[in-house]
Design a protein around this ligand. Structure first.
Ligand SMILES: Cc1cc2nc3c(=O)[nH]c(=O)nc-3n(C[C@H](O)[C@H](O)[C@H](O)COP(=O)(O)OP(=O)(O)OC[C@H]3O[C@@H](n4cnc5c(N)ncnc54)[C@H](O)[C@@H]3O)c2cc1C
Length: 414
């Protein structure tokens, strides 16, 4: 069967949902095709494991001064009051013990200098890695590198300073108590997504675009393609007419980093009086974790891991990741609480076939690639997603803003 439509939106993550919302507001006929059985993409909530909506991906709203989502959340009655975030100032366990006051002062002095150098890097200067800009000789560098790898998913040595300088930084970050996944669904209010509908192949020419769904074909005048750059660069979708070479080169500059969330729920509040709300544990480059306790007021601890460590853990059973978190918690709480665990959930974004990573970071010299991804293919196919944002990449609101921008652009070529 051939389904005819004006615009086909591929993917129902933040960008796809935002595009569909915008097309509805513009009155443009469209359909939304989602490979997974559920909508949300990297803003999906798990509602079953812990008994409250638990975000598997995006969780904080970053208030960079230009984030429509914060106001939207408040208008929709979502609670965004909690600003707890595992920032660089959180206390650190160094191996088996807490850092001393002197160590804390020295680490924070190094962090401040490094983050200031990265934040004030001149984007018109020749690109360097953020590791070079921060300075790698300090003994505190490996800890900073593990924290940034947990945020970006890629090593500092590979991450472009120009790209990071272009990112709008949040003055504050806000947890979405009821779940970012729920917020995106409530805001977009898109009910007619065709789920379990992966697009297998794309054929585009001057007359239009055909999308191969296996049994059915969609014929559209324009397409908004929101698959992650990891998926775009893989052979998940067959491009019957070749992808423009500039897009292909841009994708090579924007690898997907990997960041994962490890969460465990306890039978009661085990955290005690002295365990900090956020803390980190650094043992080595391959053994560290950044933790939040009493997540959204629940008896849940959440650990973040990034880059190589995250990828390694994905290859092993959940028990290994849970053990990493429990080891750190035993030191943070001052008591072993393994026998109090009643549930756990570990993400594997690197192996998820529909994302193939957590979000993209530009390699050194590759900051140009985001703008290149914004160039439509044959004026008919538009890419949108977190990676196409020039200043709000890696973020939910960046992806959604790109979805809205591209919906308007696609509508104008019909
Ligand atoms: C662990 C983690 C923590 C994060 N934390 C934060 C945070 O705190 N704050 C924040 O702002 N951001 C955060 N992010 C980033 C944020 O979640 C993403 O940047 C954003 O959700 C990406 O949206 P998107 O629409 O670009 O892509 P996606 O959400 O990946 O949407 C693309 C959709 O396309 C579908 N798809 C792919 N291929 C096909 C195909 N061939 N056919 C049909 N459908 C297809 C996918 O299934 C997916 O649903 C986090 C991400 C992760 C993974």
């Amino acid at each position: 069967m051939t389904i005819n439509t004006e615009i086909a939106v591929v993917g129902a993550g933040a960008a796809g949902l935002a595009a569909a919302r915008e097309l509805r507001l513009l009155g443009v006929p469209h359909i939304v095709l989602e490979a997974k059985p559920v909508i949300g993409g990297r803003t999906v909530c798990d509602e079953a494991t812990f008994g409250f909506p638990y975000d598997l991906g995006g969780f904080w709203i970053s208030n960079d001064g230009d984030n429509f989502l914060l106001e939207a959340a408040r208008n929709l009655g979502f609670d965004t009051s909690d600003q707890t975030f595992p920032g660089p100032e959180m206390p650190m366990l160094l191996g088996e013990r807490w850092e001393t006051q002197d160590e804390n002062s020295a680490r924070l002095a190094f962090n401040d200098a490094a983050m200031t150098a990265i934040g004030s890097f001149d984007p018109s200067a020749p690109d360097r890695s953020i590791a070079e800009v921060a300075g790698t000789t300090s003994s505190w560098f490996p800890i900073l590198a593990s924290w940034i790898a947990m945020l970006n998913g890629l090593p500092m040595e590979r991450t472009s300073a120009v790209d990071q300088a272009n990112l709008l930084h949040g003055e504050t970050v806000h947890q979405v108590r009821e779940g970012m996944g729920r917020l995106m669904q409530a805001w977009a209010d898109v009910s007619d997504v065709m789920v379990n509908t992966p697009v297998r192949a794309l054929d585009w020419n001057d007359r239009g675009i055909e999308l191969d769904l296996g049994h059915d074909v969609v014929a559209a005048k324009a397409v908004i393609l929101t698959a992650s750059v990891g998926v775009l660069a893989s052979d998940t979708i067959h491009y019957a007419s070749p992808m423009p070479s500039r897009t292909r080169e841009a994708l090579a500059c924007l690898p997907m980093g990997v960041v994962n969330r490890i969460a465990i729920q306890f039978d009661d509040d085990v955290f005690g009086e002295t365990c900090p709300p956020t803390f980190g544990r650094f043992v080595s480059e391959d053994d560290h974790i950044y933790i939040m306790t009493r997540l959204v007021g629940e008896n849940v601890a959440l650990g973040y891991v990034g880059n190589k460590l995250a990828l390694n853990l994905e290859q092993q059973s959940d028990d290994v990741a849970v053990e990493l978190l429990c080891d750190a918690l035993a030191l943070g709480i001052g008591a072993d609480v393994r026998d109090r665990v009643i549930a756990s959930l570990c993400t594997r974004w690197g192996s998820d076939p529909w994302t193939l990573g957590s979000y993209a970071a530009a390699e050194t010299g590759g900051a140009w690639a985001r703008a290149a991804l914004q160039e439509p293919w044959g004026n008919r196919l538009f890419l949108a997603g977190e990676a196409t944002s020039l200043t709000q990449f890696s973020l939910v609101h960046g992806a959604a803003s790109e979805g809205m921008r591209v919906a308007r652009a696609a509508s104008s070529v019909l």
